[in-house]
Ligand binder design. Structure first.
Ligand code: MN
Length: 489
């Protein structure tokens, strides 16, 4: 059985506290959603604002395969705005629980059904596809819920959706609810929230109970604890439910996840399934050793399946086998004594509470192998002018091969200004900063700041770090360390 996907990253996902996407970001995400194979894209809520409508129009202008929907309440006003945006359909959201009908809308069940029917009629008269979503369906009386759906279907609704608006279903109750509604004559969708961390499990149970469409958001973003995570749900269907499938090209999942994380600024927790930094990372010696012999020993799927690569993390649980593998990848050839020395140096560092990165490994391996090369670029001085109503300005003095170079730059903030002062110089020309991460290692304003960056020159990528009490120094040091490594490698 093929399961269809409605992705609501651009509507429910954008309702994540603190998230607001530009038109261009929305278009980029929509293009990628279309390309990856989702059947329905909820592009936004047309009633919200002029800007929102511009974004939706940009999306409906494209020649996407996916059906483009807007959220709408069962009101002519909302639906007219959807029509103005030229969407294919509406996600018509009708509250069905006592709590919502009485306390939120201050109306009666009969009036609600009338409102719903009229809205469906109005949509169908104007050529819109209607997916009727019952809001708070999981806390609604099932008989009433069915009544709302039957009326809507009789008025021409094309699909219906059961919303677990506050995420209170469990896998059992989700299965039960969908089993009671799966005899209706149109496809039934499932919209779950993750308040108890059960959204994906409940969605899978809904499928077992008869749902043929699922609502998801990329990285599971959304209001409060978020929605059903697209990547977890789609990959679970693919790997764990052999009798079901989707049309999603799952090897593009990681790329899409990263795009959404970057655009929304909602970063992915490291231990998140499928797309988290650690999802295919191995540290423990026994695990790493097993993985190298046969990856199936400690991986339920290959990282390549979802467009990723396996990582071995260096730390105190690491064994020499995994370490040797990583050293070879970095271009080091070491003998057994050197390998054991490097391993013990790393464990010392890890015992001090430090995350050991490739940068640290490089330094340690260089030391053990006594191949300390001179850095090509040395930082002599950074001066910053920054403050209220001042354009952040930086001047830098560096030495390149014994030549002293001085330059200055401006930027959005002091770090940006300092990096711009460097980037201007010929030697940094074809080097791209592709990631920049800041962490505070302790709590106060006197905290040590840990900056980790990733740089790219053609197809070479290196990461580097700077740890200082001063965020600008830390950033510039990390940047120069990375460039030195790129130029040395
Ligand atoms: Mn929702």
């Amino acid at each position: 059985m093929n399961i269809k996907v409605l992705d609501t990253t651009l509507r429910d996902g954008e309702q994540t506290p603190g998230v607001s996407l530009t038109s261009l970001e929305k278009l980029r995400i929509a293009s990628k959603l279309d390309e990856i194979g989702v059947e329905f894209i909820e592009a936004g809520s047309a009633i919200t604002s002029d800007g929102e409508r511009e974004s939706i129009k940009e999306i409906t202008k494209q020649d996407f395969n996916a059906e483009i929907l807007s959220f709408a309440r069962p009101l002519t006003l909302d639906i007219d705005y959807c029509l103005d945006c030229d969407v294919d359909g509406v996600n018509l959201v009708v509250p069905t629980s006592e709590l919502h009908i009485h306390d939120k809308l201050n109306t009666t069940s009969d009036k609600l059904i009338e409102l719903s029917n009229n809205a469906v009629d109005y949509c169908k008269d104007h050529g819109l596809v209607v997916e009727l979503s019952a809001e708070d369906a999981s806390r609604s009386d099932v008989d009433f819920l069915r009544e709302v759906y039957v009326h809507a279907i009789n008025h021409g609704a094309d699909r219906i959706c059961v919303c677990d608006t506050v995420g209170i279903l469990t896998p059992d109750s989700s299965f039960e609810l969908f089993s009671k509604l799966n005899d209706l004559s149109v496809p039934i969708a499932c919209h779950c929230h993750n308040d108890f961390g059960l959204a994906v499990a409940n969605t899978l149970s809904a499928i077992k109970g008869g749902a043929t469409e699922i609502h998801t958001t990329i990285n599971g973003i959304g209001e409060r604890a978020g929605n059903t995570s697209f990547e977890e749900c789609v990959v679970s269907i693919d790997r764990l439910l052999p009798e079901f499938s989707t049309n999603v090209k799952i090897n593009q999942i990681y790329h899409l996840s990263k795009l959404v994380a970057r655009s929304t600024g909602v970063y992915i927790q490291p231990n998140k399934a499928i797309v988290g930094e650690n999802a295919f990372a191995h540290e423990s010696g026994i695990h790493a050793d097993g993985i190298i012999k046969n990856s199936a020993t400690y991986e339920p799927m290959t990282p390549e399946l979802v467009g990723r690569k396996r990582k071995f993390i260096l730390g105190k649980h690491m064994g020499t086998h995994g370490l040797n593998n990583r050293l070879n990848e970095l271009g080091f050839n070491v003998n057994q004594t050197q390998l054991e020395q490097i391993c013990s140096d790393i464990k010392d560092l890890a015992d001090k509470g430090k995350t050991v990165t490739d940068v640290d490994l490089h330094i340690i391996a260089d030391n053990v192998l006594q191949i300390n090369q001179e850095d090509l670029i040395k930082l002599d001085q950074v001066t910053i002018v920054s403050g209220n109503k001042v354009m952040p300005t930086a001047s830098v003095k560096i030495t390149v091969d014994d030549d002293e170079i001085i330059n200055s730059g401006v930027g959005l903030g002091p770090v940006d200004a300092a990096i711009n002062a460097l980037k201007d110089l010929d030697i940094f020309n074809d080097i791209d900063l592709i990631e920049y991460h800041v962490d505070s290692l302790t709590g106060g304003t006197d905290a040590f700041i840990d900056v980790i960056i990733k740089l790219q020159k053609e197809d070479k990528v290196v990461s580097a770090r700077g740890t200082e009490a001063d965020i600008i120094n830390a950033s510039v040091k990390a940047y120069i360390a990375g460039v030195n490594r790129l130029l040395r490698d």
